[in-house]
Design a binder for this molecule. Sequence first.
Ligand code: ADP
Ligand code: MG
Length: 138
Amino acid sequence: MESTFAIIKPDAVERNLIGKILERAESSGFEVVAMKRARLTTEVAEGFYYVHKERPFFKDLTTFMASGPVVLLVLQAENAIKKWRDLMGATNPKDAAEGTLRKDFALDIERNSVHGSDSAENAAFEISYFFSQTEIVR
Ligand code: ADP
Ligand code: MG
């Protein structure tokens, strides 16, 4: 079993899509092994996305991620990292395949409703950035 880190982003929480996104995760075979609602500060968002700090969209992205409540998740499944990225779809909803979360829910390339780790190394960093071991119940 593998774990990945996911976020239901502010644009999705604002539109009351928490339940729909969790339903899609569970019905796709993920187990929610940790979950909490949070309001990120820009500093916390900057630390989370530090790999993108040189990118032109970094300031907008971190401001967006701090603009409203989010839901932080640890999802467990076989091949959870790739499986969740497949369910999310492409970063830009214009490129996202039918049946993906971003195709169905994202507003644009920035406000794209969900985050998912892109590697085992990043999943470990991202999970530990937000959750302590006692908050993860497998
Ligand atoms: P992903 O979330 O699909 O892994 P990235 O890691 O490349 O995508 O980017 C992180 C987040 O930054 C994206 O999910 C999106 O919210 C935002 N983003 C990415 N590219 C752009 C862009 N060109 N303009 C605005 N925001 C972007
Ligand atoms: Mg990424």
